[in-house]
Design a protein around this ligand. Sequence first.
Ligand code: TXA
Ligand code: MG
Length: 337
Amino acid sequence: VLKTEIIKINSRNPDISKIKKVSKIIRKGGVVIFPTETVYGIGADALNQDAVKKIFKIKKRPYSSPLIVHIAEFETLHLITKNIPEVLYLLAEKFWPGPLTVILKKKKIVPDIVTASLDTVGVRIPDNKIALSLIKEAKTPIAAPSANIFSYVSATSFQDVIEEFNGKVDIIIDGGDTKFGLESTVLDLTENPAKILRFGSIPKEKLEKYLKLEIPQKIENYKGKSPGLKKIHYSPNAFLILVRDSSPEKIFELMKKYKNKKIGILTYKENIEKYKNFDFKIIGSKKNYRECAKNLYKILREFDREKYEIIIAEGIEEKYLGTTIMDRLKKAAKIIY
Ligand code: TXA
Ligand code: MG
């Protein structure tokens, strides 16, 4: 067990002396938990393989699962990637800093451990002042997966990360709640047409304005190369049942079937009346995808903290961020109706 240092930093106006302190830990090969605009990351110097190895150990993540490299400036792409496609200049202008991860051909300087020995690397510029100034001060790219034990729900608050990682990392930054609450969209630019490997905080409809896209048919085993797409990922401890069309008959039937269990419904503002005699939690309004996305992991973790055994989740329309929300609910679900 490590002595984990905790440091609170204001994400709107980060205190540079605090950032410097954390950046020194990165430079020395330590492991740091920091906020991004999507979810919290657990990071280390991307060019230091021993440091990166610690992340896998701490997260219990298989080495076959590649990490995203976080950079602060577009120019750093030239250090770690090659064959940068023309369209990325346009995408970067539109979406960076922000929740878009692009897969590019990697240069040798990126250790194999970061990329699971693939010849490609995932890169993004996060839109969070703490993350950006940390990368700049560390003067090195930071490899960081989401800060959660492998296969559990990603962390969107300081409370989430402290619960799982106190005593396991060198330092945890308390930077408040993350803005989006869902991970970045992963876009493979080494393929033509480009392919979405993971739905995320940038909806595909937005990307489609700038390039021709394909969504791999069998997104789960797309070349076996993006383990983040595999099923049973991001799942809460509670047994989650997804009712895609929100059919009230189905939900009431399930409530009856499991009446001896601690059971709760994950629903939307519009349905409060419908469930007034049941136990439920609201992730937002069906019309406000952004709100629902932000609350999804938060609410799933709440169900677990309160020891729910079963969650019945209502579906949402699969457009814009609704596609991402449904993607995560499907992955979390043990049964889908
Ligand atoms: O929002 C995010 O992306 C957060 C924050 C911390 O940046 N990070 C995150 O990392 O979600 P992680 O490790 O939980 O998910 C990384 C995803 C996985 O689905 C992984 O398979 C994919 O990115 N990925 C990374 N490098 C790849 C590569 N070279 N080729 C294909 N997929 C890759
Ligand atoms: Mg993850």
